[in-house]
Write a protein that binds this ligand. Structure first.
Ligand code: ATP
Length: 211
């Protein structure tokens, strides 16, 4: 029997948006994944989140529902390497966007990450291939990294939070079911939500890894 190929796609998903879904969809095709473990990082540590892990899990379940291979769960590990150690999968592919890969040197133990998983790096607007090649050149195991193209979708969770807080529409930026729940639950309406124990400034946080 052929081995099952497993992918992992981790993120804060605060909220999940069309860029995430496109990355997951194309990545699943590109790497012929039988399963895609979508991991909602409970406490991303390095980035601000403004909603609880349970809300983000719920929104991710809605966003990735159309993808048959997706299995959505919470990830208790802030750092990718610890998550991969705990999952102990046989040669998984870890999917990520170019912004996260560009910050790879700030991750906890990047070479161990590459030993535990191959990386499938999706293009993201604003992150030139030349910059990614520089990061690649600094790795002991560049053969473990594959770049793949997705439709360029210049969208980020921080932009969506900012737009909602300013009363601007987010149609087309998040899946319709996610938009409906953001409306119904009145998420992201305020710039600061200290009562949630979180902060929301509406500023892009791209490249502020480590992960
Ligand atoms: P924020 O705006 O708060 O920084 P984000 O939009 O980057 O959030 P994350 O949940 O941090 O969302 O991202 C999860 C993963 O999805 C990361 O690997 C990131 O690189 C990737 N990703 C997010 N948005 C895009 C996009 N538009 N195109 C390609 N990859 C993306």
């Amino acid at each position: 029997m052929a081995a099952v190929s497993v992918g992992i796609f981790g993120g804060a998903f605060d909220p999940p948006h069309v860029g995430h879904v496109e990355l997951a969809r194309v990545g699943t095709e590109r790497f012929e994944l039988d399963r895609l473990l979508v991991r909602v990082v409970e406490d991303p540590g390095h980035k601000e989140v403004s909603t609880s892990p349970q809300i983000r899990l719920f929104l991710a379940e809605l966003a990735f529902a159309p993808l048959d291979e997706a299995e959505i769960s919470l990830d208790p590990f802030p750092r990718t390497v610890d998550s991969l150690e705990a999952l102990a999968l046989d040669d998984p592919v870890f999917l990520l966007g170019a912004d996260e890969f560009a910050a790879l040197s700030s991750w906890k133990d990047p070479e161990r990450v590459l030993a535990l998983a191959r990386l499938g790096v999706a293009t993201r607007p604003g992150f030139a291939r030349s910059r990614l090649d520089e990061v690649l050149a600094g790795l002991e195991r560049p053969d473990r990294v594959t770049f793949f193209e997705i439709e360029p979708l210049p969208v980020s969770s921080s932009e969506i939070r900012s737009r909602v807080a300013q009363g601007q529409p987010i149609d087309g930026l998040v899946p319709p079911a996610v938009r409906a729940e953001i409306d119904r639950l009145e998420l992201y309406r305020r710039v600061d939500r200290p009562e949630d124990g979180g902060m929301l400034r509406g500023e892009p946080t791209e490249g502020t890894t480590p992960t």
